[in-house]
Write a protein that binds this ligand. Structure first.
Ligand code: C2E
Ligand code: MG
Ligand code: MG
Ligand code: MG
Length: 284
């Protein structure tokens, strides 16, 4: 009976696996045939300095409303585009749209944009990105490019050269999803980083999780000593925020403050923040 149950489970797993492969193949085909300039858009989530009650910038996040499949999540279609080797054809329209929106923001407000490993994996790919930035009219020194450690697994030398070029034109470099990668400490001292983003998995329920607390405290200390800004991602509750404040974190992003919003909502968001600023002080 034990054996039979085991076989049953593995059959089920296989069936689900096959279904997933079919679905991913369909998404890949649809992406390849889509009018990406028309179907892709970007939404923006504020990055907030709670010590000043001020938005320091917005992270651009991709959205795809497929004419065939409807709304798809980037957590789903980005990895598929990466595996299919076509992420560059998404990066281009997404970056153009994000920069076009950010051009209208006040000078003090920065833009963060996510890059994939392949965007750094050849001189051509990175030159395409640089050309888009330089023709956009948005000052590169107000742009932070978010990369993950996985970008450096396959071709460290080329990825490193690409990051150096982007840094040279004035962009900031943020290490995204920090703590979930392979060689976090190596990346910290070998890359020309300006910011670290602490992954949301360390934030969830941090007030009741001593292991997460130790990790977040250590990363905040480490980044301070290295002269890097640390952004805490995925803050959802007042309890999490109070605890992060207590650990010394001021730069945060998460549903507690705002979901990602459409470009058209940004000016009202910034205006309402200015109004409440003098009387509003978040307390730990
Ligand atoms: P990421 O760069 O780490 O972005 C943060 C993700 O966390 C976003 O999901 C955001 O909506 C979500 N998030 C923000 N606050 C909270 C919170 O309080 N709680 C929870 N549970 N989640 C929160 P999203 O928009 O679904 O994007 C998922 C991932 O897809 C991104 O993770 C990034 O890796 C990738 N991605 C998104 N847009 C782009 C893009 O334009 N280019 C590339 N290459 N990747 C992108
Ligand atoms: Mg990101
Ligand atoms: Mg992240
Ligand atoms: Mg991510």
């Amino acid at each position: 009976h034990g054996k039979r149950q085991k076989r049953g489970n593995s059959t089920l797993f296989t069936a689900r696996h096959v279904a997933e492969i079919h679905r991913d193949a369909r998404i890949e085909q649809t992406l390849k045939q889509a009018d990406l300039m028309a179907e892709l858009s970007v939404v923006f989530q504020p990055i907030i300095d709670v010590s000043l009650n001020k938005t320091t910038g917005f992270e651009a996040l991709a959205r795809w409303n497929s004419s065939v499949l409807g709304h798809m999540s980037p957590a789903q279609f980005i990895p598929i585009a990466e595996r299919a080797g076509i992420i560059g054809s998404l990066t281009k329209p997404l970056l153009k749209k994000a920069l076009e929106a950010a051009r209208k923001w006040p000078d003090a407000v920065r833009l963060s944009f996510n890059l994939s490993a392949q965007d750094l994996s050849s001189p051509e790919a990175v030159m395409t990105i640089i050309a888009i930035i330089e023709t956009s009219g948005f000052d590169a020194s107000r742009l932070d490019l978010e990369i993950t450690e996985t970008a450096f697994i396959h071709d460290t030398r080329q990825a490193r050269q690409s990051v150096d070029l982007l840094k040279q034109i004035g962009c900031g470099i943020s290490l995204d999803d920090f703590g979930t990668g392979y060689s976090s400490l190596t990346s910290l001292h070998s890359l020309p980083l300006t910011k670290i983003k602490i992954d949301h998995s360390f934030v969830r329920g941090i007030q009741n999780n001593p292991a997460s607390e130790k990790i977040v405290r250590s990363v905040l200390t480490l980044s301070r000593e290295m002269g890097l800004d640390a952004i805490v991602e995925g803050v959802e509750t007042e309890e999490e925020m109070a605890f992060i404040t207590h650990l010394g974190g001021n730069l945060v992003q998460g549903y507690l403050f705002s979901r990602p919003m459409k470009e058209s909502a940004i000016s009202d968001f910034l205006a309402s923040e200015t109004e409440i600023q003098p009387s509003y002080h978040r307390t730990a």
